[in-house]
Design a binder for this molecule. Structure first.
Ligand code: H79
Length: 579
């Protein structure tokens, strides 16, 4: 996994026959992603496959694509050798439904392999297990008139293996990753997944295989559920796991608009600012970013994509050290942005702070970045980019503060490089009781995993749509005791009645958790405070965990805060020095 972890940033390319209709079939716009048009438009494969006769991307230039990826700072390319429609972008001996049967008649993957080799980019293949046009693939789409009795799924698997052998040892260079997809259909089994992974490894033991070769993926979160699954890394799609996944390799794949394959009507582009911050965010959580482009039928990458890649590249040119070869942030959370780290020779550590929110001027007009909780001695601090400013690091009561110039070197994300002695020693932020001993756990301070989000509008946790959504807070108490639990929450009419649990960990056996029921309110932000019972907390640091038990409506609740109020005298005395 070495090169993969170092690379951190790659280009996804979705290209095939679907680029020709670009989301429009018989004059009508087909909802959904461009590459899904056969499915979304309920198109008979016999009406779709003739697109092969129109595929003629005369402006295709593999070297230009590689230049664009390199200029963006991307270190690898994952291209669709075959997507769900079954069309193959290389000269395959197994099928005539490939690029050699088009007017273009050029082996696109071979040209790209040559350009990648020359440019020092790792070439990888996305290969769909699901195949809507292969005569032996099952199950068939409901509107597909072909008789499924004639299909032989084992023969399909055999063809797929032959094709993978062509891709791995057919002169396309050293393949970095095989990126499988479409594994969720019922014909694909755990046994077939294990066998396919073994087959690929048998041809080239160094190939990285994503987890979609097997059946372990839990929905769009892309991470394996518990169990022994084949595959080297997790594949969250269109989302960033909020806490990363310690001990697991992963890669978020994402589009710049809402489609993977070219779709003429999709102009819902993310800004380059958002994409740069996504890259920082993903690196800070220990993952890779696989950012998609869907080339046009003429062979050009859409100008809107090229423009964004160039902006990211300009940022990477200056700040790439804070991304390549880094590992996840040692901080649970930082108020101003993100952080990555790298080990230095001799046991020291370099921290890279991605400053999204530049500090405002203090009373004396200066600017300082406060790094809460950093206990390690700081030996050097400097900003990346063209700035002569000498950053000074000062120890404070609860961390370090580092002086900064008035203007941020980069309006989107400035990088401050900070060297420390040894491995990071960090006192993680924790909520402490107020003067009356109460702990208020606000939505904005929650650490989130799974399907729950912070919502700005009413400052609550919301979109709590599935049982995997968990909110956690860290608290620090001088003395333990019993606490009354009040939740400020809301659910729209017809959405009440969900059950949830508030628990502490570690917890005393006597009263480890309490259950609450969500009231029905006038609207999602019409909050009410509900007393849901008592729990007991231990002295020292513990976690308060809120998770769904049963979701009655479309989502669990909107949660503004949880307040824990001491019920006995021991805990109601605030610990010395608490704020
Ligand atoms: O190639 C791009 C898309 O065409 C493809 N994956 C990216 C990289 C893609 N196929 N389907 N989807 C995206 C969305 C489909 C999701 C679902 Fe499921 C399939 C919902 C139910 C089955 C996978 C399994 C996600 C949840 C469970």
């Amino acid at each position: 996994m070495g090169w993969f972890r170092d690379a951190r940033f790659g280009m996804f390319i979705h290209w095939g026959l679907y680029a020709i209709p670009g989301g429009v079939w018989n004059g009508a716009s087909v909802p959904g992603a461009g590459e899904w048009i056969l499915d979304g438009g309920k198109i008979d494969p016999a009406a779709y496959t003739p697109l092969q006769g129109q595929f003629n991307p005369v402006e295709f230039d593999a070297e230009e694509w590689v230049r664009i990826a390199k200029a963006a700072g991307q270190r690898y390319i994952v291209i669709t050798s075959k997507h769900h429609d079954g069309f193959c972008l290389w000269d395959s001996r197994v099928t005539t439904f490939d690029v050699m049967g088009t007017p273009f008649k050029r082996d696109i993957l071979r040209e790209l392999a040559t350009a990648c080799e020359k440019g020092g980019i790792r070439l990888c293949f996305y290969h769909s297990i699901m195949d809507w046009t292969h005569p032996d693939y099952l199950p068939r789409r409901a509107w597909d008139p072909r008789d499924p009795e004639d299909a032989d799924f084992d023969r399909y698997v055999g063809d797929m293996k032959s094709q993978l052998r062509e891709l791995i040892s057919g002169g396309y260079g050293r393949v970095g990753i095989l990126w499988f997809d479409g594994e969720w259909e019922k014909t694909w089994t755990h046994e077939l997944g294990l066998d396919l992974a073994k087959f690929v490894r048998g041809i080239d033991p160094s190939i990285i295989i994503n987890n979609r070769v097997d059946k372990g993926r839990s929905g769009m979160a892309g991470l394996d559920t518990d169990g022994e699954w084949a595959g080297d890394y997790g594949t969250p799609e269109q989302e960033v796991p909020s806490m990363g996944i310690p001990g697991t390799d992963w890669e978020t794949c994402m589009t710049m608009n809402d489609t993977w394959g070219w779709k003429t009507s999709d102009t819902n582009w993310k800004s380059s600012e958002v994409l740069v911050r996504d890259l920082c965010d993903i690196a800070s959580k220990g993952g890779n970013f696989l950012l998609n482009v869907g080339p046009q039928p003429d062979g050009n990458i859409p100008p809107a994509s090229v423009e964004r890649l160039r902006a990211i590249g300009d940022w990477m040119e200056v700040n790439g050290d804070s991304i390549y070869g880094t590992s996840a942030s040692p901080f649970r959370r930082l108020p101003f942005g993100r952080c990555t780290q790298k080990a230095l020779p001799g046991g020291a550590t370099r921290l890279y702070f991605h400053i999204f929110d530049w500090p405002v001027a203090n009373a004396s007009g200066g600017r300082t970045l406060v790094v809460p909780g950093l206990e390690s001695p700081v030996t050097a601090a400097r900003l990346l980019g063209a700035t002569a400013f000498a950053c000074e690091a000062t120890r404070t009561d609860d961390g370090w503060s580092i002086s900064l110039p008035e203007t941020a070197p980069d309006a989107v994300a400035s990088v401050l490089e900070v060297d420390i002695e040894g491995v990071p020693d960090i006192e993680q932020p924790a909520t402490m009781p107020s003067a009356n001993g109460a702990l208020t756990l606000g939505a904005a301070d929650a650490l989130l995993t799974g399907h729950v989000r912070f919502e700005d509008r009413c400052e609550n946790l919301g979109f709590w749509v599935s049982a995997d959504g968990v909110a956690r807070w860290f608290v620090r108490l001088a003395v333990g005791g019993r606490y009354r639990v009040i939740a400020r929450m809301a659910a729209a009419p017809g959405e009440g009645g969900s059950h949830f649990t508030v628990a502490s960990a570690p917890s005393p056996a006597s009263q480890p958790s309490v259950n609450g029921i969500v009231p029905e309110c006038k609207a999602w932000c019409d909050f009410v405070e509900v007393d849901i019972g008592e729990i007991e907390l231990l002295a020292g640091e513990s976690e308060i965990i809120v998770r769904p038990h049963t979701i009655a409506g479309s989502a669990l609740m909107n949660l503004a805060w949880i307040r824990l109020t001491p019920t006995d005298s021991a805990a109601s005395t605030p610990p010395p020095g608490s704020k």
